[in-house]
Design a protein around this ligand. Structure first.
Ligand SMILES: Nc1ncnc2c1ncn2[C@@H]1O[C@H](COP(=O)(O)OP(=O)(O)O)[C@@H](O)[C@H]1O
Ligand SMILES: [Mg+2]
Length: 242
């Protein structure tokens, strides 16, 4: 299991000879087995933050310390993107197995893929190709592909953003199920305040590359968005942007 501590993280991009500071002195403590959501407007630096944590982008300044997970090369970080990014020429089960392509133990791969298909309710569709499944299912396969390689930390970049409201709610609850059962650490990025309050044990509010506030959500999972306290949290986040 693993957590991470982000210290004074900054990122500056150079674009057309101009420097743009996208992340400014980010400090964040993400304990092992926690579910943190990051919420912020489009362009505030959420994807850049996740890409740096995943090792897909370099940082300009600062440190990221992984607790109990020092070796990032051992693939202990998984990332789920907004679009499923499945391989269209592979079936659902082959897409899942692809994440374990380097694993020589074929029976382990078979069992892992089967177990993941069952967790995500995809067993009946394992022979289907991406073009034959719905957007919600494709996003489940994308999540499944990440779960298959058993990362300790799962980064999610607006993974439910393109789904209809019903499918989105269902998948939000499935994520909570997986979080509770797996004991993994989740960092979930969204621009949707309700989604951030629904999923996070803590919400980090981001604005123009700065984490302006961190809000602890003292509500049990499978929250009711109509609940007075839930609405209160939503309101307090909205007020930060005023
Ligand atoms: N490779 C890059 N080169 C230059 N600017 C970039 C690059 N990647 C992102 N940016 C800029 O950084 C800012 C934050 O982008 P991003 O992290 O994608 O925000 P978000 O995910 O919150 O929408 C944007 O202004 C974007 O244009
Ligand atoms: Mg983004």
């Amino acid at each position: 299991m693993a957590g991470l501590i982000v210290k004074n993280l900054s990122k500056t991009f150079e674009f057309q000879n101009k420097k743009i500071q996208v992340l400014k002195d980010i400090n964040l403590d993400i304990p092992d087995r926690s579910f943190i959501t990051m919420v912020g407007k489009s362009g505030c630096g959420k994807t850049t933050f996740l890409r740096i944590v995943a090792g897909l982008e370099s940082k300009t300044e600062g440190q990221i310390e992984f607790i109990n997970c020092k070796d990032r090369s051992k693939k202990k970080i998984g990332i789920v993107f907004q679009e499923p990014r499945l391989m269209p020429w592979l079936t659902v089960e082959q897409n899942l197995a692809f994440s374990l392509i380097k694993c020589k133990d074929k029976s382990y791969v078979k069992d892992k893929v089967q177990a993941t298909l069952e967790i995500l309710g995809l067993a009946d569709f394992k022979k289907a190709y991406p073009s034959q499944i719905s957007g919600g299912m494709a996003q489940r396969v994308s999540l499944g592909r990440t779960l298959c390689f058993d990362p300790k930390i799962i980064l999610m970049d607006e993974p439910l953003g393109a789904l209809d409201a019903f499918t989105r709610k269902k998948l939000q609850n499935e994520l909570v199920d997986i979080f509770i059962k797996s004991g993994k650490t989740f960092i979930f990025v969204t621009h949707d305040i309700e989604e951030a309050v629904y999923l996070g044990q803590r919400v980090a509010v981001m604005n123009n590359g700065i984490i302006t506030e961190e809000i602890q959500i003292d509500l049990d999972f499978y929250r009711n968005p109509e609940d007075a306290k839930f609405l209160e949290y939503k309101k307090s986040i909205l007020n930060i942007y005023k």
